[in-house]
Design a protein. Structure first.
Lengths: 165, 149
């Protein structure tokens, strides 16, 4: 986690210094800067293969997780939008108890935050012994609560645990 | 014949697409705020819709200006909004439960019942009951006001 932040800052610094030189061949636009930043970051990441193997494996997982999350965000938002502009509700609002495997403050906060950011679900409360998270949802998966629980556990919780481990 | 693509036009079309998509999402979320049946569902619709809408509008702006400084600021704004919006939604939702705001009558509260009983919040659940009590309270208030006048 610290290494990731360090690499991002280093890559940003490299790109910044590159554009300070008057002889820079690349035009100074958002697209070229992003590409250059990605290239420098990729170099740093490849370098980490030799001294921090676990970090080397985690970065692709993080990228995949972000892509998965953006997809979830868009799909669920379209679902709600469709429900708003058509006359009948297809809502099946449910409050369910999600048993937590995550135990530390960071993991629970991240999970609750991601559940809160996905449209249709809001985390209402954590039980006192931190074993359950109460979640309010608008839609069930194939009309079944257990399916939705499995989806959240496999999609979000497992990946968060993998990344913070 | 010279075939050259007008890159400025392409950039503007892409940024227009993003901004329009963001505006449409925000509009639909606002309509949802008016249409949906209970507090929790309405909050669900408005917090998520406006976060995504804001993100898309800002992204469109960053593409339009095409400057690294603007892009960095836009990314910072998107990052901070998407960190804070769910926290606000969570706190508002939790406070609503504590203050016995009723759920929609079709809401399945099977697994939530244990929590409500434990926190002594079980009596508020029915929406009709809530409206009844509210009407009663207002009537009492009205009577009291009538007495003083």
């Amino acid at each position: 986690m610290k290494l990731l932040l360090l690499h991002i800052m280093l890559a940003a610094a490299v790109v910044y210094t590159y554009f300070q030189f008057p002889g820079a061949r690349v035009p100074y636009t958002a697209l070229s800067t992003t590409l250059l930043f990605a290239a420098v970051f990729l170099l740093f990441w490849l370098g980490s293969y030799f001294y921090r193997r676990s970090y080397f494996r985690k970065v692709p997982k993080l990228a995949y997780f972000i892509a998965f999350f953006l997809k979830e965000l868009l799909v669920a938002n379209l679902k709600i939008a469709y429900d708003i502009i058509t006359p009948n509700y297809r809502l099946q609002p449910t409050v369910f108890a999600l048993p937590l495997k995550a135990s530390t403050d960071l993991e629970i906060t991240l999970l609750a935050n991601l559940i809160g950011l996905t449209p249709g679900t809001i985390s209402l409360d954590v039980s006192d012994d931190r074993s359950t998270l109460y979640v309010h949802t608008l839609y069930l998966r194939h009309g079944d609560v257990e399916q939705l629980k499995l989806h959240i556990k496999n999609g979000f919780e497992r990946r968060i645990l993998e990344l913070t481990a | 014949m010279e075939q050259s693509i007008d890159w400025v036009l392409v950039k503007e079309v892409i940024s227009c697409f993003f901004i329009l998509a963001g505006v449409v999402f925000m509009l639909i979320a606002s309509i949802g705020l008016l249409r949906f049946p209970d507090f929790y569902i309405r909050m669900s619709a408005i917090t998520k819709g406006s976060t995504l809408g804001l993100g898309l509008i800002l992204l469109g702006m960053a593409i339009y200006f095409n400057q690294p400084g603007v892009l960095l600021k836009v990314l910072a704004i998107i990052g901070f909004t998407s960190i804070t919006a769910p926290v606000a939604a969570h706190v508002i939702g939790r406070t609503a439960v504590q203050n016995r705001i009723p759920f929609w009558e079709k809401t399945d509260l099977e697994e939530f019942r244990a929590y409500l009983v434990k926190a002594h919040l079980e009596q508020h659940i029915s929406h009709d009951k809530y409206l009844e009590e509210k009407a009663k309270k207002e009537k009492e208030m009205g009577d009291a006001a009538g007495d003083t006048v």
